[in-house]
Write a protein that binds this ligand. Structure first.
Ligand SMILES: *Cc1c(COP(=O)(O)O)cnc(C)c1O
Length: 461
């Protein structure tokens, strides 16, 4: 008898506490976004219906995480919650030193303050925006060495987050002495949430070894990346995600981490490494701005919630649901003829705004235009990942980014399938109105990370 395989992959949890959503009209939203200077970061969250701005810190915690919060011990030094957290991290990432921080960028700031500096070059498959900003703030130069398939929205390559090995080798052959660390971002957030293969990680390690350069992971979505390895890489289909994660950890010398992603936290991060001397320098900086090394920037209860989150995120039922529910949104949009980055990544669906808004020049920010329309028309908040975020060059000039995308990031365990069906409808309506959407110009912007605070104005045709 053949075994029945249900078509519907259900949310592997039921709802235990609910938060109301405030329904608004298109007219109300048009007024709200105008008042926000057409910057979605500047909206009041209550004016957003479905918030897909980020998957960072926006997930729902489990019953067991809330229970763990009650166990939190707030001793200044040596809290039992610290040891529970440290052990949970080392269970997956067996590095000698674990340094807790309040979020990922604090770990990045500390690492690059120690390793960066003028004249240094930091290669990465693709720097996330805060990583890039922290490398640059140290005076060093970030370099993205993504495989060519990674910036081709139509390519179906299974590991579009991979590092371009030839380019890495060429860079190190010329400048290894100026490269303090090679970074690998898993999954590649800015490049579509695309995974890195284990084979690619091992090959990067081999190159780093030959040039004696350390390798660090920006491991925010390690569990999603490990699930893709299990699903897509030859010989991996029977492996436990825990083992794949431990193998990934073993390939690198250390990591930076935002615990607001796969560790299922609302806040948190860490820096981990084997090198004693580097750890000592990092701890000294930690004490200056984050806190004592057994809590970093976190409360004991946060450390407890994260330890429990780390145990939950590697569950296969969770990961199967997580990855297939993201694909559910992306594949529906693809079927509706809306250009999306394929294959669908782990935490988000990326709309190709440049392809959908062909009449808007990249220097008039098609991604911003699409993101504003999704909000006005449907109350859906996404995030421009394109020329607004990445267009400013180190010399201050501006160029089109490699792609103009709008990211719809899916918070973990937060929205149901009917919420996502609604998002699909909104995207279809926006696509119908796409030819009428305006370009934008920037009215005001800060010097760094401008996408967070810039204000915009629609261009009238
Ligand atoms: C979120 C993120 C960071 C920064 O972490 P924060 O907790 O937001 O400071 C760094 N790298 C990647 C890939 C991320 O997704």
């Amino acid at each position: 008898m053949s075994r029945w395989e249900p078509r519907t992959i259900i949310e592997p949890f039921r709802i235990h506490s609910v938060e109301p959503l405030r329904i608004t009209t298109e007219q109300q939203r048009a007024a709200a976004i105008r008042a926000a200077g057409y910057n979605l970061f500047n909206l009041r969250a209550e004016d957003v219906l479905i918030d897909l701005l980020t998957d960072s810190g926006t997930g729902a915690m489990s019953r067991d995480q809330w229970a763990a919060i009650q166990r939190g011990d707030e001793s200044y030094a040596g809290s039992p919650s610290w040891f529970i957290f440290r052990d949970a991290v080392q269970e997956l990432f067996p590095y000698k030193h674990v340094i807790p921080t309040h979020q990922g960028r604090a770990a990045e700031r500390i690492l690059f303050e120690v390793l960066g500096g003028p004249g240094k070059v930091v290669p990465n498959n693709t720097h996330f925006d805060t990583t890039r900003a922290n490398v640059e703030a140290s005076g060093a130069t970030p370099v993205d060495l993504l495989v060519a398939e990674g910036t081709d929205p139509g390519s179906r390559h299974p590991f579009k987050g991979n590092m371009d090995l030839v380019a890495l080798e060429a860079l190190l052959a010329e400048r290894a002495a100026d490269v303090p660390v090679v970074m690998m971002t898993i999954t590649n957030n800015s490049g579509g949430g695309q995974p890195v293969s284990l084979a690619n990680l091992l090959a990067v390690r081999e190159i780093c070894d030959r040039y004696e350069v350390p390798l660090f992971l920006d491991a925010c979505r390690f569990a999603e990346n490990a699930w893709f390895i299990r699903e897509r890489e030859a010989g991996m289909g029977d492996r436990d995600v825990r083992d794949i994660v431990r193998e990934i950890a073993g390939v690198a010398d250390g990591m930076t981490m935002s615990a607001k992603k796969d560790p299922m936290g609302n806040i948190g991060g860490w820096l981990a490494m084997d090198d004693d001397e580097l750890a000592e320098k990092c701890r000294n900086l930690l004490i200056l701005t984050e806190g004592f090394p057994t809590y970093g920037g976190l409360a004991g209860r946060d450390l407890e919630a994260l330890a429990q989150g780390l145990a939950e995120v590697i569950d296969h039922d969770y990961l199967r649901y997580r990855i297939s529910s993201t694909a559910y949104l992306g594949e529906a949009l693809d079927r509706a003829g809306i250009p999306v980055v394929m294959p669908i990544g782990g935490h988000a669906v990326y709309l190709d705004a440049r392809a959908l808004l062909r009449h808007v020049d990249p220097m008039s920010y098609p991604g911003q235009s699409l993101a504003v329309a999704l909000y006005e028309i449907g109350g859906v908040r996404g995030c421009e990942i394109g020329t607004v975020m990445f267009g400013v060059q180190p010399d201050g000039s501006e160029q089109p980014a490699a792609m103009d995308l709008v990211r719809l990031a899916i918070p973990r365990r937060t929205y149901t399938q009917s919420h996502i069906d609604y998002v699909i409808e909104v995207c279809e309506e926006v696509a119908r109105r796409a030819p009428d959407l305006p370009g934008y110009r920037i009215v005001e912007q800060p010097r760094m990370l401008r996408h967070f605070t810039a204000s915009f104005e629609p261009l009238v045709a």
